[in-house]
Write a protein that binds this ligand. Sequence first.
Ligand code: SF4
Length: 240
Amino acid sequence: MALKDKVNTTVALLRQARKKHGDRLVYPCALGSEGVVQIDLIQKYAPGIRVLTLDTGRLPQETYELMERLREHYGMELEVVFPDREEVEAMVNEHGVNLFYRSVEFRKMCCAVRKIHPLRRALQGMEAWITGRRRDQSADRAAIQPVEDDPVFGLVKYNPMLDWTEDDIWAYIREHDVPYNRLHDKHYVSIGCACCTRAITVGEDPRAGRWWWENEDTVAECGLHVTRLTRGEGEGGEGI
Ligand code: SF4
């Protein structure tokens, strides 16, 4: 499918979601490369969709700079959602500020406190949410459908970017001068918290830059999009 057709398909699904769910639709955006493309499409062709992002408190400076550039470039509202202060304090005071390096369980705890719980709060009262997931990102994501039921959060989930490839994303960013995270220019592919993200080298899997200290058997998948789990169990992983 040509890129122009993918753009049309994405825009059509965004508009369909907006028409069906109105202000009970939200796009929680991690501000990755596909995220900024989808923000561009929303601002130009499907305005009115609420866009939010999570500030875990551990983000790279480059991500904060991107938030500011997006606001300026589009004149858009970018809602920033924070973790619960008491929950973060209790976790850090009991287990240390860098607990995630010590075990997978502690990493999942940190992701739950800093990402999953605030996202769940932000999704309260919503009917549907939009993701930037793509079929080419992993074997687990190869079967993504445009519209799915999300058993973790009990919402309808829209995946308007599902057919885009990495090359499509960057062709669109260059052609339309979309603001993007400067860390991508330093070989960062999947960008999350500063302490849990590194650049990758040639030939490495894109997700090798996340939680690289963990055993290879540990799946570096986003806990927010684990569909086989029931509500409350999908805590852990990358976050949005
Ligand atoms: S990515 Fe790292 S710092 Fe960020 S919430 Fe998860 S474990 Fe915590």
